[in-house]
Design a protein around this ligand. Sequence first.
Ligand code: RAM
Length: 383
Amino acid sequence: MKRKALSVLLSAAMTAALLSGCGGSTGAASEAAPATSEAAPATSEAAPAADTASESGAEAAAEATSGAGASGKTFAIVVKSAGNAYNTKEEEGFKEVIEAAGGTVVVKEPEAATVDAQITAIQSLISQGVDSISVAANDENALQATLEEAMAAGIKVNSFDSKTNADSRMTFVNQAGTQEVGQTLLDAVYDLTGGEGQYAILSATSQATNQNAWIDAMKSIAEGDSKYANLELVEVAYGDDEPQKSTDQTQALLSKYPDLKVICAPTTVGVSAAAKVLQDQGSSVKLTGLGLPSEMAEYIGADDAHSCPYMFLWNPIDLGRLAAYSAIALVNGDITGAIGDSFTAGDMGDYTLTDAGDNGSEIILGPPFKFDPDNITEWKDVY
Ligand code: RAM
């Protein structure tokens, strides 16, 4: 990448960080999402670019982060499961920041998205004596005893992507406001059904905190607004973030509900499995949800040959980066996890911990981005 282009991207990224990174407001949710969806991807491109990482490097990360760097410290990241490209992208961002700040990263990828596998992984991290654990929880409550043990041993614990309950964490790095994601997905269903008829949700595991929170938000928004009265949610199916199970569940939905108009899959694994089933079958059922541009590009299009007119996501590399910066801030004592604490996340800008609504705090990355035929080719090689 040419230096000039790089500096344009960098300054765009800083502007975006200033606009979107300050304090995680959830209020402007559904209005902010479409408005920012065009500008945001173009700016967040700067973050994952290899040149950017090498030029900003250890010095910039250490300088820009409040307090000391991560030198001599070990930071663990526990994702939901192995074999999911979204999780790999989160790890990529996490590693970039920790290693640039002089720390060591330990990655734990459970074979399947189960809480038992995460408990085993966390137990081994406690024995190892890591300084920090960042976990994308496969269950909101079931990690509590293990994570309390970790915190009692002096390990700083945050969750990211999929939260634990407040007693099991110090803070939560949330990819986007929960209500905002629910509103965005419900409005997509409303649009793609024409405002009436049957839709189904294809989720990840039945215990996944993030998917359950988004689905609950969709349901409560729909119940509270007569605009959505003619939409019928026929089933929430679970593909467990496994491609084959997600494929089978999509086929089952199609045979059970002949009048189905739309499937909404708030999981990158589910949405790409469903996209393939619908497109291969030439189904008239339309798809939306949360997907990786790299996995969804071939399915996104406005015509009947494509199964997904548009979908949403955030930058999973940036989510990993923000989880890393907040872990460093916890380890260095720059934040304790209290609502109102704030810290500088390197070139991502300043973040303030806000009320997560569950007696704990959260740090919101930003609004979800919309991916459609106009921007998908630009994004499919980024994440
Ligand atoms: C899957 C995982 C992850 C979720 C994304 C949208 O990759 O379930 O937790 O945030 O989808």
